[in-house]
Design a protein. Sequence first.
Length: 308
Amino acid sequence: MDLLVGQPTLVHILADGSEEVVQYAARNGNQIVPHAPWLDALHDALNVRLVETTRLLTRPFAIEPGPRNDAGERMAVSVQEYSQDIHLRIEQRQFSYYQTWNQFAQSFPARILAKNGTAPFAPDELRQRLMELSRKHDALSSLGILPPAEVIRDVPEDTDLPTRKTLSIYIRDMATALGVFDDLVARIAMLTDLVNSRFQYKRLAVRLGPGFVISNRNGTEIPVAALSSGEQHELVMLYDLLFRTKSDTLVLIDEPETSLDLLWQQEIIDDLAKIVALTGIDVLIATHSPDVAGRHWDWTVALTGPAE
């Protein structure tokens, strides 16, 4: 076959050792032409996401990014869209929490009166688990996810068996209900930790309602769109990876160093390693900056052109 210069080419090794060469193009969204069953299967098995250099602008908000349609599409400021995005994600988990808790509440009296049930916790374990729940509830309250509440934090050593049984049921129910927030809170914590370790004169917080809350060194809140281009690039890229990319996705990041100063560039790989460990994604970056590679030259592949 005559190969076209610049056209993507794949070589399929068949069972008998022969080769099938296919030059292909993607058209009409995800359709691959020419049609080849093995190429279709390979395409369907891959989950790939591109983080472009133009990441400060995005399509209008959608919790799950859909297929791209560039024709006449409106663009929006990414930090503003993502601020709304995190608010809605928190709101969804909040709904799941109340739904789960209401289900437990309906069966709570019957489970207290049941003669056969889960064994109650000993007083020491009751105290430990109550403290764990109180810390988790305080963290969620600080994010505006749950309202402040009087939380039981301790029990007397001589607490009777019926009371321990009731508290044990409550603890198990509450732990399950609050568990719907665990992954979300872990990602929020990583986002704010990474961003605030980079921002020098501003601070990021996440709250139900406003979403991103940016404050200056005096504690005065400022609009998210007032962040510098470098700060927006940092926040948008990290958010994209933590919240808008599914696990088992290969993420291609084009020039992650865009608008970042040298110190931030030197931390990119370490930040990505933390995100990969939390989210289960894989990342491949293309960069022109030696500072990005930094201490990780053994992870790099130089593109030097065709061998002579």
